[in-house]
Design a protein around this ligand. Structure first.
Ligand SMILES: *[C@@H]1O[C@H](CO)[C@@H](O)[C@H](O)[C@H]1NC(C)=O
Ligand SMILES: *[C@@H]1O[C@H](CO)[C@@H](O)[C@H](O)[C@H]1NC(C)=O
Ligand SMILES: *[C@@H]1O[C@H](CO)[C@@H](O)[C@H](O)[C@H]1NC(C)=O
Ligand SMILES: *[C@@H]1O[C@H](CO)[C@@H](O)[C@H](O)[C@H]1NC(C)=O
Ligand SMILES: *[C@@H]1O[C@H](CO)[C@@H](O)[C@H](O)[C@H]1NC(C)=O
Ligand SMILES: *[C@@H]1O[C@H](CO)[C@@H](O)[C@H](O)[C@H]1NC(C)=O
Ligand SMILES: *[C@@H]1O[C@H](CO)[C@@H](O)[C@H](O)[C@H]1NC(C)=O
Ligand SMILES: *[C@@H]1O[C@H](CO)[C@@H](O)[C@H](O)[C@H]1NC(C)=O
Ligand SMILES: *[C@@H]1O[C@H](CO)[C@@H](O)[C@H](O)[C@H]1NC(C)=O
Ligand SMILES: *[C@@H]1O[C@H](CO)[C@@H](O)[C@H](O)[C@H]1NC(C)=O
Ligand SMILES: [Cu+2]
Length: 574
């Protein structure tokens, strides 16, 4: 009896082991629950009722393998409409799970829920998720880490440790009140009170020392840092005292490794770097602060820090407050465009890639701000922008307006008229010296909900050109549903004759968000192989509010595998 039992037990164990080996190599499905809820959060000496996921700030980290499927049930127990966007996930044929409110779905209303289902296809590296509704992403965000398929490895030596660093932005006020106030007054919104690393401002701010994030390292080991700019409205420089950083990936695409001391990330961008414990065991600050390229505008000029701490540092975990003061790194000047540009032009794909060389759609989009004169029926309290105007922004002189009673994707798929028109201009309606002193007669854009139609499989090039209307500025432009190659970037007006020669058609980097240089341009290419309605927008939330966005309407190809899936039955309706 005993013998029989144990042999059955052994047999069972073998089966269990066999099945777990098999299943671990197969793609898996992960189920998660996200509860959106108000949670008391104490920062900078004050407690605020912040909107969080599951009471956490930042929210939970999702860790998957390439090929896995995520099923995330989002329940809204907050008092605001909400949606969640899985930033950088291609969402092949699953556009209904992309998340931007009124673009691919109506919001999940208070008390409602929606289950996002999607599969990771051919992506590896660091992405993140965030609310895509008003300014909720100030506190509703988290990391989405995609490991290689089970059994596959990184294209660099396996790091000893991996640490994710989410750079965020914190307001002492309720961020929704801040954006609502700006929408009412027409002025620029109040700037933030702090930047954060993994939700913590760090010890250069008041009441923050004891919660400063500690990143451990051992002498001699090489670790991977996954850095994500989740700030709402600010490009950030990031550096670590006395340590070099070797960039190996960005936006969940690997890059040809290069070494630098300073990173610049626009909101939405991620950068993976290797760091080696090759300095005397001690404590070193990791610091981030603004790269600010606009003129005559307020910005948050504070600095957030975490501490890189050698395990063998003298008294590394003294509880009596006598630990050695960390070494502070120098940071570039706030307006150091040279450092930003030196960094963003260093990216290459690891090897030769297949860039589309023939182009079906050659598009030229201006991106920039504007000022609307005060409408006649508005009191002056609603026109508190420069000289009694209201701030606005546009692409190709169209300031983007979201529908409020249906999503663009539903309207597009079901041919419901009067929601989105297919007449977004392929070129600016007027050509002018985009980076010069632009006549004020050009400063007021039109507004509308215009999409640019793309045939399935078309090869698309977009020149993104900053304008100096109101102020030149670096704009982090993010495209949903696609990764794209960045062929070139430069300053001044894009010149097709001379600048086309600078295109990297060999090993350009692949990204989902490109930092269009201040007073300059960037050129991207992608193949429209994912049907749906995909928003392309500036990832400074203040600029989205002002209308710096447009949508691509990509039609279905031939057959099921080239067509968008049917909408899920629980898709929130308006
Ligand atoms: C914005 O800042 C102004 C000036 O400090 C302040 O009076 C106002 O209350 C702030 N608005 C919000 C929503 O916090
Ligand atoms: C940040 O800005 C404030 C107010 O605009 C100014 O008083 C302060 O000196 C600035 N700090 C730094 C470090 O630049
Ligand atoms: C703090 O603790 C460390 C050891 O953990 C000790 O070396 C040091 O003298 C202590 N400092 C004070 C001020 O007590
Ligand atoms: C950057 O700011 C400094 C002063 O804050 C100024 O002297 C310098 O001209 C600025 N540089 C650029 C490129 O705008
Ligand atoms: C930035 O680069 C330009 C062109 O290379 C150079 O002329 C300028 O002096 C640099 N500015 C700074 C502040 O380094
Ligand atoms: C505001 O008006 C003043 C005086 O008319 C002018 O110098 C300035 O350029 C204007 N600013 C903007 C942003 O229109
Ligand atoms: C949605 O709103 C638009 C503009 O306000 C209106 O024209 C349209 O009829 C509305 N559609 C539905 C389905 O209610
Ligand atoms: C820009 O142009 C306007 C009118 O065209 C002129 O009044 C203003 O002085 C110019 N500004 C600069 C900085 O050249
Ligand atoms: C944008 O369109 C408006 C309205 O037609 C016009 O007044 C303005 O000059 C245009 N601006 C540009 C940059 O095309
Ligand atoms: C919430 O979403 C509904 C559509 O589902 C919309 O009618 C309503 O205006 C939204 N509320 C706010 C405050 O935006
Ligand atoms: Cu912008």
């Amino acid at each position: 009896m005993e013998v029989l039992n144990s042999s059955i037990f052994l047999l069972g164990l073998c089966l269990l082991l066999a099945s777990s080996t098999i299943s671990s190599a197969e793609p898996r499905t992960q189920n998660h629950e996200f509860v959106i809820q108000a949670t008391p959060v104490k920062r900078l000496c004050k407690t605020q009722n912040s909107i969080t996921v599951n009471g956490q700030l930042p929210g939970p980290t999702l860790e998957v393998n390439n090929g896995d499927t995520l099923v995330i049930k989002v329940t809204n127990k907050a008092r605001y409409n909400v949606t969640i966007h899985w930033h950088g996930i291609r969402q092949m044929r699953t556009g209904w799970a992309d998340g931007p409110e009124f673009v691919t779905q109506c919001p999940i209303r208070p008390g409602g829920s929606y289950t996002y289902r999607f599969t990771i296809q051919g992506q590896e590296g660091t992405l993140w998720w965030h609310a895509h509704s008003s300014w909720l992403r100030a506190t509703v965000y988290g990391a989405l880490i995609i490991h290689p398929k089970q059994g596959d490895s990184y294209p660099f030596p396996k790091p000893k440790r991996e640490t994710t660093l989410l750079l965020g932005e914190w307001w002492n006020a309720n961020p929704i009140d801040v954006v609502r106030e700006a929408t009412r007054t027409g002025a620029a919104p109040n700037v933030s009170d702090a930047y954060t690393i993994n939700g913590q401002p760090g010890d250069l701010y008041k009441c923050s020392s004891k919660d400063t994030v500690i990143v451990p390292i051992d002498s001699g080991e090489t670790n991977l840092l996954r850095i994500i700019n989740a700030a709402l409205n600010q490009q950030l420089f990031f550096t670590v005292a006395n340590h070099k950083l070797t960039v190996v990936g960005a936006d969940a695409s690997y890059t040809k490794p290069f070494t630098t001391t300073t990173l610049m990330l626009g909101p939405g961008q991620t950068t993976d770097v290797l760091i080696t414990g090759d300095q005397p065991p001690s404590r070193y600050y990791m610091a981030a602060r603004a790269y600010f390229s606009a003129q005559n505008a307020a910005f948050d000029n504070t600095t957030t820090t975490a501490i890189l701490e050698y395990k063998s540092a003298p008294c590394s975990n003294c509880k009596n407050g006598s630990s050695t003061k960390p070494v502070m790194p120098p940071l570039p000047a706030y307006n150091d465009t040279n450092t930003s540009s030196a960094f963003t032009t260093s990216f290459r794909s690891p090897r030769k890639v297949e860039v589309p060389t023939e182009i079906d759609e050659n598009l030229f989009f201006t991106v920039g701000l504007g000022l609307n004169n005060c409408p006649k029926n508005f009191p002056s309290s609603r026109c508190q922008g420069p000289n009694g105007t209201r701030f606005t922004a546009s692409m190709n002189n169209v300031s983007f307006v979201l529908p409020n009673n249906i999503s663009i994707l539903q309207a597009y798929q079901q041919n419901i008229p009067g929601v989105v028109t297919s007449d977004f201009p392929a070129n600016p309606p007027r050509q002018f010296d985009y980076t010069g002193n632009v006549s004020q007669s050009l400063w007021q854009p039109n507004s509308g909900t215009k999409g640019y139609p793309l045939k399935y499989g078309s090869r698309v090039q977009v020149v993104l050109q900053d304008t100096s209307i109101v102020t030149p500025e670096n704009h982090p432009i993010h495209l949903h549903g696609y990764d794209f190659y960045v062929l070139a970037e430069g300053f001044g007006n894009f010149n097709a004759k001379t600048d086309t020669k600078k295109f990297n058609l060999v090993d350009p980097p692949m990204r989902n968000t490109v930092a269009v240089p201040v007073n300059g341009w960037a050129v991207i290419r992608f193949v429209a192989d994912n049907p749906g309605a995909w928003i392309m927008h500036c990832h400074l939330d203040v600029h989205i509010n002002w209308g710096l966005a447009m949508v691509f309407l990509v039609d279905n190809g031939v057959g099921k595998l080239q067509s968008i899936e049917s909408p899920p039955s629980d898709l929130p309706l308006c």
